[in-house]
Design a protein around this ligand. Structure first.
Ligand code: GLN
Length: 293
């Protein structure tokens, strides 16, 4: 198409062409906002400006983004942005694209620990910092720590903490290696996919070390369960995200290691997605009402 006719393209058409390529409406809108240099919160703007002309460069950015998304790249890597627990996070291919399901782990931690007590929490394998930042934002009086083995991931987590002005305590470590303090909760969304799992090809754009954990997907969870007791205060909780079919295995690992009140929590799709347990006496701790299935 000649440049003169390209310049006649409109905002609404750009959204429709992304949808016609297979993107859901929300993703198409976020992509167009990104191409126009507008904030992801500007979706209402799109409605009002549906007939505004969109220049050639922005139109090409929408087309290029649509092609990348259609090839399976997470939208967050294309736009450089993802909202997690209401927080606007910078995201790129150095870290896992944070999933909505991981918000379950944040909710659970907030429910279990007294809000007004001076809790010290640690998030292992923090990636973008999503879980740790969500906890720090919700509970400014808590001291939230986070580790990651990857210097690249830590750089992005630090960038997010600075942008959001949240005082996260970050350090480079593999799980709890070298950590000597005691925490009231250790939380983690570790890699948990088995080597050779059929879902892996669809996740090819994300860092493999954030996804895969040995032959059964449980190598890192086993390591964390083994390390955690030394770093938990009496009555402290270990809360872990895991795969859709791993709840039973993770509960067994926790029970064998001597954790009490071992239980699981479901994600938004009603799949057991997180399991955890309490170390030592849990008399003062609040157990979730009714017990989640
Ligand atoms: N839940 C993610 C997925 O299945 C994987 C996240 C992880 O390994 N921690 O896509």
């Amino acid at each position: 198409m000649p440049p003169s006719s390209l310049s006649q393209q409109q905002v609404g058409q750009a959204i429709r062409q992304a949808q016609q390529a297979g993107l859901p409406r929300l993703e198409a809108e976020l992509l167009v906002l990104h191409a126009l240099g507008r904030a992801p919160t500007d979706r209402a703007w799109l409605l009002i400006h549906s007939y505004d002309a969109i220049d050639d460069a922005a139109w090409q950015r929408v087309r290029a983004g649509t092609a990348r998304r259609s090839a399976g790249e997470p939208l967050a890597y294309i736009t450089g942005h993802k909202e997690f627990y209401g927080l606007p996070l910078a995201i790129d291919a150095r870290v896992l694209d944070p999933r909505d399901d991981t918000e379950t782990l944040v909710d659970w931690t907030l429910e279990l620990l007294a809000a007004d007590a001076p809790q010290r929490i640690i998030d292992l394998g923090t990636g973008s910092g999503a879980i740790a930042l969500a906890l720090q934002q919700a509970r400014p009086q808590w001291q939230v720590h986070a580790t990651d083995r990857s210097a690249d991931a830590l750089a992005l987590a630090r960038h997010n903490a600075e942008r959001l002005r949240l005082p996260l305590q970050l350090r480079q470590a593999s799980w709890l290696d070298g950590v000597t303090e005691k925490f009231s909760a250790i939380v983690s969304n570790p890699p948990y996919i088995a080597l050779g799992d059929a879902h892996l090809p669809a996740l090819a754009h994300e860092p493999l070390q954030a996804l895969v954990s040995g032959a059964d997907g449980l190598d890192d969870i086993r390591r964390i369960v083994q390390q955690a007791p030394a770093c938990l205060a009496p009555g402290g909780w270990l809360l872990l995200e895991h795969g859709y079919d791993q709840a039973e295995a993770v509960r067994q690992l926790l029970q064998s290691a001597g954790f009490s009140q071992v239980q699981s929590r479901c994600d938004l799709a009603a799949i057991e997605r997180c399991s955890g347990g309490c170390w030592g006496g849990c008399w003062g701790a609040v157990a979730p009402a009714g017990g989640n299935p």
